[in-house]
Design a protein around this ligand. Structure first.
Ligand code: FRU
Length: 425
């Protein structure tokens, strides 16, 4: 069940992507990792390196919780590449015997992109917050370095703290980014600010009583007032069931690339997944380029994935079409759909239906009868691109205007069935 072209652990538990950057030409991705298949524990950062965002080498566990300020976990954070060094910012998580929590925003530095020296905490918990204060994300703008940290205020509401620095070592607190009169849930995890073609977005993983979701808000980052001014009420960044804690970075060619955790959910839901028996759990999504089309944020798989296409087949489908294939590591690109009534069935595990502005996706449950489903209204259907990889599914609709990420545990039924009214390519 291990994916062929996704990052996943050989053994143990994976969660958030961390420390993303391109340093001296090479792409670096870390992920939250535990050697055993258990969701909670003293998290480490496992390191992967790539030349092309597709083929990764596993560099092992690079940040391990050994110092007093991180003794219960090197929690999530981000990466910055400068001319001379690669900086990692992360949260040192500390628990005491009474179950209390302390949090330290820490830095580790490397000059070769392989071994990192810990320099310890650079930010201590400011007044006004509980110890749910984590996941530093750093970027550069207007000759300053900026950091957002996911936070819970003393009023037990989610918010995002902003810091500024001119040397990446000494950080000044600038305030709370978010309007507290809005419902951000009880904690904002993994905040991120992205700037694409002059349009700005806040991405945040909100913990609410109703569940935890990665949400994207369009707006303006006001660096003077230290506020993110919202232009909309927010949208799910990905409407599938198995997506959380995304992080972006800008590569050397200027692309804004996002990777998410292809996992998440309630403890029982996670631990019931069949890969647990193989000794590993979860994956990262494929890297997706963020771009603007018609003023709206879209996500597309990075173009490097076109280079690993093998046994490519071009089919003109009309009526009932059956595609026989040998593997569940598959890319399917259906174009020229012209909003017709259409359905796709991948081995009775994943089904996609479109009819009359209604898009329905069903994913077979692995230990219960029946399907989980998600339904959205879309005004038209132009194209669908589906990436399957043994136990994962990522569906990009209309050039990635909508994206859906799922676990999908395929069986021996190999074929793909398509039913369409008119010809599709
Ligand atoms: C999000 C998260 C982060 C935290 C990390 C710990 O999934 O809870 O807020 O830093 O996971 O593994």
């Amino acid at each position: 069940m291990r994916p062929r072209y996704h990052i996943s652990p050989e053994h143990g538990f994976l969660n958030d992507p961390n420390g993303l950057t391109q340093f001296r030409g090479k792409y670096h991705v870390f992920y939250q990792w535990l050697p055993d298949v258990v969701p909670q524990g003293n998290k480490q950062w496992r390191h992967c390196i790539s030349d092309d965002l597709v083929h990764w080498t596993d560099e092992g566990s690079t940040l391990q919780p050994k110092k007093w300020y991180e003794k219960n976990g090197c929690y999530s954070g981000s990466g910055i590449a400068t001319e001379d060094a690669y900086f990692l910012f992360y949260t040192g998580n500390v628990r005491d015997a009474e179950g209390g929590r302390e949090t330290y925003q820490c830095v580790a530095v490397s000059d070769d992109g392989k071994s990192f020296q810990k320099e310890g905490p650079v930010i201590y918990l400011p007044d006004g917050y509980t110890a749910h204060f984590r996941d530093p994300k750093v970027w550069k703008k207007n000759n300053s370095w900026w950091m957002v940290v996911g936070a819970q205020t003393k009023e037990l509401q989610g918010n995002v703290a902003l810091f500024e620095s001119n040397n990446l070592k000494k950080w000044d607190y600038r305030g709370n980014l978010l309007d507290p009169s809005m419902d951000w849930g009880y904690m904002c995890e993994c905040p991120d600010i992205v700037d694409i073609d002059g349009q700005q977005f806040l991405i945040v993983s909100c913990q609410k009583e109703t569940g935890c979701k990665g949400i994207v808000f369009s707006g303006k980052m006001d660096y003077i007032e230290a506020k993110f001014q919202l232009d909309d009420v927010g949208n799910l960044l990905d409407a599938g069931f198995d997506f959380y804690a995304p992080q972006s970075f800008v590569d050397e060619s200027g692309r804004c690339i996002l990777i998410g955790w292809l996992g998440a959910g309630e403890l029982e839901y996670q631990m019931s997944q069949p890969t647990v028996e193989e000794g590993w759990l979860h994956a990262l999504t494929i890297p997706r380029e963020l771009f603007i089309q018609n003023g709206k944020l879209h996500q597309r798989p990075v173009k490097e994935f076109e280079r690993i296409r093998r046994h490519e087949r071009v089919i003109e489908a009309e009526g009932y079409t059956f595609i026989d294939q040998e593997t569940w590591s598959v890319e399917l690109l259906a174009e020229q759909l012209s909003s017709q009534k259409i359905s796709f069935n991948f081995g009775n595990v994943l089904k996609i239906y479109f009819d009359n502005n209604n898009l329905l996706i069903q994913r077979k449950h692995w230990n219960m009868k029946g399907y989980d489903e998600v339904q959205v209204e879309i005004s038209e259907l132009e194209n669908i691109q589906v990436f399957l990889d043994q136990s994962t599914a990522e569906i990009f609709v209309n050039n990635g205007e909508k994206v859906f990420t799922f676990k999908a545990f395929f069986t021996d039924e190999k074929g793909i069935e398509i039913e369409s009214e008119q010809t599709i390519l």
